[in-house]
Ligand binder design. Structure first.
Ligand code: SAH
Length: 396
């Protein structure tokens, strides 16, 4: 079967030669054939040499997402079975012996499956098909998953901004007749968490912070901990498990805080050490400063401040503001767990923002531990964007 051919403009195959899987609309020279949204096309360089096969996204700025750099690859059920099996084998390596039943099984480009995200919460697999190509191939991806997890229930959360950019309708709900009782209950490092797959952020839980939460647990013995942007209290529960004497969750979302309180109770930590504040972190930190409150450990895990490169300056000011305030609230020897999940904020720039914050706070700080997303959210070495979560444990 001959595929439509998309020929790139002169010199615009450079990133593909480095195995980066995206082609932006401005790089497309000619389209031969009439590919439908999500259809598989063959990609040629300007001199007509074949580069690989890709999915066609006519509405998105990212016009092509490469499936394979072998131009003869056949994108069929076997292709997806191979990719899915490889992703699952990697997870088995990572999680052998771990007491965790909540993990990311498929992480989009980093697993060679652009636009496809699958998170496992116990017996439920939550799937996102976020690009035209992923959406068009959903039956193959689902069939491969069903072969590995015959008893799993499937829930779709295809409601991200990304789908709008791809011109795809938003859709969420159970796939099939069977449903699980919500919220789901999952285990992370032996601790228990309720996950709202229907209305929660992402697919319901920040799986990418798993290892960083565990590290906080190890470092919170005897500490008073302030957990800013707490969401459903993941960091708080680990700090309480680690022997913190006092933990406060701060978030603007009343729903997230309700689930946080349930998570604290479910682990048996409703023993007077836990408090929460429904507040804006920017003003709450100022209130703490004015009241001269002090903490041993502060966590700053804000939402993405920069959704695009143009928002980077403003985002940097936001990161500097909260880090400066937090550094001032720490007792000498205190620890700051600080994060940025904005893909546009590079690790270098984030470190500079932290250095500026410490200078303005008048505190000497040392970088103790570099932090990143958990390994079930792998970073593809040739896709810098796939390293989105950066963080540090800082000591003052
Ligand atoms: N640390 C969490 C994930 C944080 S997600 C975990 O490990 O699970 C970011 C959270 O920040 C969301 O719950 C959102 O409601 C909250 N948020 C966003 N802006 C805020 C603000 N200005 N003040 C307080 N909370 C905010």
């Amino acid at each position: 079967m001959s595929l439509p051919v998309v020929t790139l403009k002169q010199g615009r195959d450079a990133s593909l030669q480095r195995r980066h899987p995206w082609v932006f609309s401005g790089a497309v020279g000619r389209v031969d054939g009439d590919p439908a949204s999500g259809a598989t096309v063959r990609v040629h360089a300007a001199d007509d040499s074949p580069v690989g096969v890709a999915a066609w996204s006519p509405s998105s700025q990212i016009r092509l997402r490469m499936w394979d750099f072998d131009a003869d690859a056949v994108i069929d059920g076997d292709f997806f079975a191979t990719r899915v099996t490889a992703a699952l084998a990697q997870r088995e390596q990572i999680f052998a012996g771990s007491d965790t039943d909540a993990l990311r099984l498929i992480s989009s480009e980093a697993d060679g499956l652009p636009g496809c995200v699958v998170d496992r919460y116990g017996e439920v697999l939550v799937c996102q098909f976020l690009s035209a190509g992923a959406d068009a191939q959903r039956t193959h991806v689902l069939a491969s998953l069903r072969a590995h997890f015959p008893d799993a229930l499937f829930y779709e959360r295809s409601d991200g901004d990304a789908r709008q950019k791809e011109g795809l309708p938003l859709h969420s709900g159970w796939m099939g007749e069977s449903k699980a009782t919500l919220p789901l209950q999952v285990r992370e490092e032996g601790l228990q968490f309720a996950v709202d797959i229907e209305g929660g952020h992402k697919t319901g839980f920040y799986l990418d912070q798993r290892d960083n939460r565990a590290l906080l647990g190890q470092m919170s013995g005897g500490a008073s901990v302030l957990n800013c942007f707490s969401y459903t209290g993941g960091f708080a529960v680990h700090a309480l498990a680690g022997g913190a004497v006092e933990v406060t969750d701060v978030d603007v979302s009343a729903d997230a805080l309700l689930l946080a309180a349930a998570n604290v109770a479910a682990n048996g930590f409703d023993d007077g050490r836990y408090a929460q504040e429904e507040a804006d972190v920017f003003s709450y930190l100022r209130q703490c400063r004015d009241a001269r409150r002090q903490f041993d450990v502060i966590v700053l895990d804000p939402p993405k401040f920069a959704a695009s490169a143009s928002q980077l300056d403003r985002a940097a000011r936001g990161y500097k503001d909260i880090n400066l305030l937090a550094l001032k609230l720490l007792r000498p020897g205190g620890l700051l767990f600080t994060f940025s999940c904005s893909g546009h904020m590079t690790p270098q720039l984030f470190r500079k923002v932290l250095a500026d914050a410490a200078a303005d706070a008048g505190r000497d700080a040392t970088l103790l531990v570099p932090l990143m997303q958990a390994p079930d959210h792998p970073v593809a070495l040739h896709i810098p964007e796939s390293w989105y979560l950066k963080g540090w444990v800082l000591s003052v």
